[in-house]
Write a protein that binds this ligand. Structure first.
Ligand SMILES: NC(=O)c1ccc[n+]([C@@H]2O[C@H](COP(=O)([O-])OP(=O)(O)OC[C@H]3O[C@@H](n4cnc5c(N)ncnc54)[C@H](O)[C@@H]3O)[C@@H](O)[C@H]2O)c1
Ligand SMILES: [Zn+2]
Length: 297
């Protein structure tokens, strides 16, 4: 067995790191009968998966995700890739791991902030797909935040099933896989403008709040439902508002989002809690109103 270790952080999810990994593999005479194992968070999984997709036109790989986000989200579904200059996930490939092995005891050493970010995506799974799961998360928020083993086991399992079912149904994101982008149009824009001061999953949770408000304005959710979600975020150390941004800047930042389809934003809304859909009619005015709800003065 050989190992290749690189420094932590998104700034190392680059072609340069992949180059050094290829070099290590070549020097070790790594061939098609060998396989790569990604042990770490989403950065390691995405980068190692991309190397596996491209080295010798593709070798097998296994995911062993160690963060909450990578266990419930990035290790499942076969999206791999790296960043290019300031463009996130600009270079990549679809390449399915042979196996995803998850040991939840790795989560015990995870910093709170990282756990919080993972929870943003976990709650999203309930909101888009499974109302009962969403209710269960809210009812058990203290225990989940306390990383109670039995609760975390159930949580990781249900979130895994949701992500798996969605990607199996639509591996190339031509339909319902896009629902996983719930909260991401505005969340990404906020993430970019805050200069990565908040973690991705936390921005997604705030984007989801704005999207719920928008769904409420269209008569699909009640204000009580929106506020219940908003008030639950504190239990996971997720802020329910962001300061220092103008709605104009956030809207402008959504325009160069990858979730555009020939110039039209594919916005994900909720018919009801647990039932997401893609909407191509969301106007800048509606986004502005929804942002007003989450932007603090
Ligand atoms: N491929 C996909 O479908 C997909 C989906 C979502 C996100 N992503 C990608 O995932 C990445 C984010 O992943 P992440 O949130 O896991 O971040 P990460 O990989 O940067 O890990 C976060 C930090 O936690 C540390 N860490 C990892 N495991 C730990 C443990 N058990 N205990 C203590 N510290 C630990 C890491 O060293 C790092 O410092 C982004 O690059 C994002 O683009 C990919
Ligand atoms: Zn995300």
């Amino acid at each position: 067995m050989i190992s290749y270790v690189f420094p932590a952080g998104e700034e190392h999810k680059t072609l340069d790191t992949v180059r050094k990994l290829y070099e290590t593999l070549i020097l070790a005479r790594f061939d098609r009968n060998d396989y790569l194992v990604a042990l770490g968070g989403g950065v390691v999984g995405d980068l190692c998966g991309f190397a596996a997709a491209t080295y010798l036109r593709g070798v097998s790989f296994i995911q062993i995700p160690t963060t909450l986000l990578s266990q419930v989200d990035s290790s499942i579904g076969g999206k791999t890739g790296v960043d290019f200059d300031s463009y996130k996930n600009m270079v990549g490939a679809f390449h399915m791991p042979r196996l995803v092995y998850e040991n939840i005891s790795t989560l015990l050493t995870l910093p709170d902030e990282q756990f919080s970010a993972g929870m943003g995506e976990v709650i999203k799974h309930g909101l888009i797909k499974d109302r009962a799961y969403y209710r269960w998360i809210l009812e058990n928020k203290a225990g989940i935040w306390g990383r109670d083993t039995a609760l975390i086991e159930k949580l990781v399992l249900i979130s895994n099933r949701i992500k798996r079912d969605v990607v199996e149904d639509d591996p190339k994101e031509q339909g319902q896989r896009a629902h996983l982008n719930f909260g991401h149009t505005l969340g990404h824009a906020i993430e970019k403008l805050k200069d990565f001061e908040l973690l991705h999953g936390q921005c997604v949770a705030i984007g989801a709040l704005a999207a719920m408000y928008l769904s409420c304005r269209r008569g699909m959710l009640s204000m009580e439902e929106v506020e219940e979600y908003k008030n639950s975020l504190a239990a996971f150390q997720i802020p329910s508002s962001v300061s220092g941004l103008s709605r104009e800047d956030v809207i402008a930042a959504t325009k160069n989002d990858k979730k555009m389809d020939s110039g039209v934003i594919k916005f994900i809304l909720l018919h009801s809690i647990g039932d997401a859909y893609t909407d191509r009619t969301v106007t800048d005015e509606e986004m502005g109103e929804a942002l007003e709800y989450v932007l603090a003065r």
